[in-house]
Write a protein that binds this ligand. Sequence first.
Ligand code: DPP
Ligand code: ZN
Length: 866
Amino acid sequence: KVEIFLADYEPPKTVVTDIRLVFCLFDTHADITATSTFTRNGDLAAPMVLDAGDMLEIVSVKLDGVAARHSRGKRTLTVEGAGAGGTLEIVTRIKPQDNTKLEGLYRSGGMFCTQCEAEGFRQITAFPDRPDVMARYAVRIEADKASCPVLLSNGNPVASGGLGEGRHFAEWEDPFPKPSYLFALVAGDLGHITDHFTTASGRRVTLNIYADPRDLDKCDHAMESLKRSMRWDEEVYGLEYDLDLFNIVAVGDFNMGAMENKGLNVFNTKCVLASPETATDRDYDSVEGIIGHEYFHNWTGNRVTCRDWFQLSLKEGLTVFRDQEFSADMGSRAVKRLDDVRILRSHQFPEDGGPLAHPVRPDRYVEINNFYTVTVYNKGAEVIRMMHRLIGAEAFRKGMDLYFARHDGQAVTCDDFAAAMADASGKDLSQFKRWYSQAGTPVLSVSRARTGNDVIVTIEQETAPTPGQPVKEPFHMPFLMGWVATDGQAITPVVTGGDWREDGCLLEVREGRQSFTFKDVPEGAVPSLLRGFSAPVRLKSDLTREDLAFLLRYDSDPFARWEAAQTLARDQVLGVTAALIEGRNAPADTPFSDAVESLFADKALDPAFLAELLTLPGEVELGQMMEVLEPGHLHEAREATLNDLATRYEAEMRARYDSLRPKGGYKQDGAARAARRLANLLLQFLARRPGGDALVKAHYEAADNMTDRIAALSAVSDSDFACRGAILADFYERSKDEPLVLDKWFAVQATSRRGDTVQKVRELSRHPAFTLKNPNRLRSLVSSFTMLNQAGFHDPSGQGYRFLAETILAVDKINPLIAARLVAPLGRWARVEPARQAMMLDSLRFILDEPKLSDDVRELAAKSLK
Ligand code: DPP
Ligand code: ZN
């Protein structure tokens, strides 16, 4: 496959306005007749070239009812004599039961289902399979009635009936023109739950969630989340749903989390099913967020879509921003923001600082599936959040209205979105748009200088080179800050070049180095920096440990307050790490452990927020801050810090733990969830103390919900408690018929901090319940280990690297898209100590030596080796 460039974009030469698809589904194959009405641009004498996937058999091609000359390329179908336009009929045959790539039409369990984003539609029929070709779809599905009683596609049902010989059909029509990536079909033996939603303008919409009949008792939370999403989009953006029917289907084998097909969202079971016995509180949140995300795509993605795949963040960055705001409004805004910052720091920053760094709008790719990344999604959402902050909520809403007024029904670019925001607000966003084109995480250095009564705050920004981008221009970003006086009260000193708002003073940073003068700042006042994490940057500042401990007590901004704790914790862990590396005694000062004392004393603190403050930064995030990563020493140092906290605060932790344990039965409300969050965190500390064994065992046995049970299981899995084997076996027995719960059993062992985890993971990969074919099961063991267990993956034996390389090659033969998503951890060798570095490079070469490697894996492995 060749590299494709944004700069080479050309409008489509073939445009399809209407398409009728007839699917005849059988156990052995599927026959598809696609009849398209098309027009052509450019040289009309030239043959028509359509995208045609490698799994597609072309049976016949007709133009205006007459057989047409055609030829097959590796990825194309060329048709002669198409002229200026007409009707094209293509008959194709495929084998859904053999489709292990889970792209196009495939089978999951007994069910037929589709996944077309980004380029799966070409595995169903030959077509101009690009998002700027938008057509109206009419679909007929014929299948066996007993095995496939449910037949679904996009839009509205228009006809159905029997066909004899045990077969039946259904017909669907979608009135909204859409790109092919939003096409969907589902046929299978599914149950469903039904509800209704009445839109702001009074239309009654039927809502269905389809699932395996055994799972119908786990669909209620998704249904409630859907109704909340629909209401929220009306209230916040004035956006109503536009069909009379909205269907969701839960599928067990799915490459992504979920897919926003028009009127027929298809969900990975993991992202839709939830019951107290099978899902943790976090899972509940994730279901709500993803239901919202896919629903919000109906406007940001479907009604207005992407011109080409370089613009992926146009719909994904914006829709992640929307789902984050939805979740913030439904639960705790403060806690939600911290969760989102953690994802950036532990996943996006490493991507942005490594060999696979790319801009939010990439300018080249070999395989588009490799660009469904945390950069396009989550950094893309930060870019939208910064725009929102720079122009304000009101102008942002006007900008959204203008965007829909201008572009409803169109396929557009990130520039079109930025133009709507600029025009609606009057703000010049031309420099700001560098966030779309420049990769890399800026480092901001903030320092203070007092002159008389004033304080000058100087902000410098610097962004290191990334592959293909040796020189970076300064970014335009919002920097939100505040001041706290010595009595703990917020103050708002007059500032030149800044603007005070409710949540702080907004400074617009545009230069490499810029200063702002705050007038009459009382002696001893402490600045609270980067409030709300107002820009996706790494912050360095001249705040002292005393300043940080002070902010931890008094800052009114939840992010800055949490960040003070995180900074102290990073200092402490990295101090111990350095001592271990140099063979010195651990430093005597323990700034984070000291500061924690005030937290236990503060009885007004929300338990969920206290849990956040007590959670140390993860090893991946901490590793990013080391010049040379020594994963073993870092792990040991972080463990030592956790042990220090557990030892010093055992009494407080035990008392608080006891007070938080539920008196009555399981509840889902905010208070019960906050109590579980803190109690389960404290359990991890207390498990380190004498008697931890009995406490954890009791916690496990008392658990009446998955949040508590998995917390105990995780503590057990980390330990060498006598009860370890029995509890892991008990959990397995309970979960063996619940795939999503069994995934947790694999994941909890893969993330164990025990020294033998790499061997254990190998062993588990041979467990009869393990399979490389199901993406959830694969990720539960392999990605949990390689992405979340830094010390285990970097086991000094090099076995972690070898295991990953072998797994990638095995998965590549089944599902290249999923294989490619496993590559990243091996590519982060540049900053690792030399012995491990050599073994990581060997493993990359081992992958690249495979002659039949997919383009997907080759693109990422080759970039990773550079
Ligand atoms: N299903 C993926 C998402 O919603 C791709 N569109 O982000
Ligand atoms: Zn999305």
